[in-house]
Design a binder for this molecule. Structure first.
Ligand SMILES: [Zn+2]
Length: 62
C-alpha cells in the first residue's frame, strides 16, 4: 500500500514524507503540509480525519 501525504495525497515519489503515529495508526505528512500540523494541529487533525474520539462516525475499516 502506497504511503501518501494525509493532506495533499502526494506520494513519496513526489515529495519527502514523514511518517507519524497516532492512536495506533500511522499517517504521513509532507514538508509543505507539516506546518499545518505543527501550528494548527487540532484543525489539521480534524480536516484530515485523524481524530477518532469525536462523535460516532465509524468509517475506519478494520
Ligand atoms: Zn502534503
Amino acid at each position: 500500500m502506497e504511503i501518501v501525504c494525509v493532506s495533499c495525497s502526494r506520494g513519496e515519489d513526489e515529495v519527502p514524507l514523514t511518517e507519524w503515529r497516532y492512536q495506533g495508526d500511522r499517517f504521513a505528512v509532507c514538508p509543505e503540509c507539516l506546518p499545518m500540523l505543527i501550528h494548527h494541529r487540532e484543525q489539521a487533525m480534524q480536516r484530515w480525519h485523524l481524530n477518532r474520539q469525536s462523535g460516532g462516525d465509524d468509517d475506519a475499516p478494520r
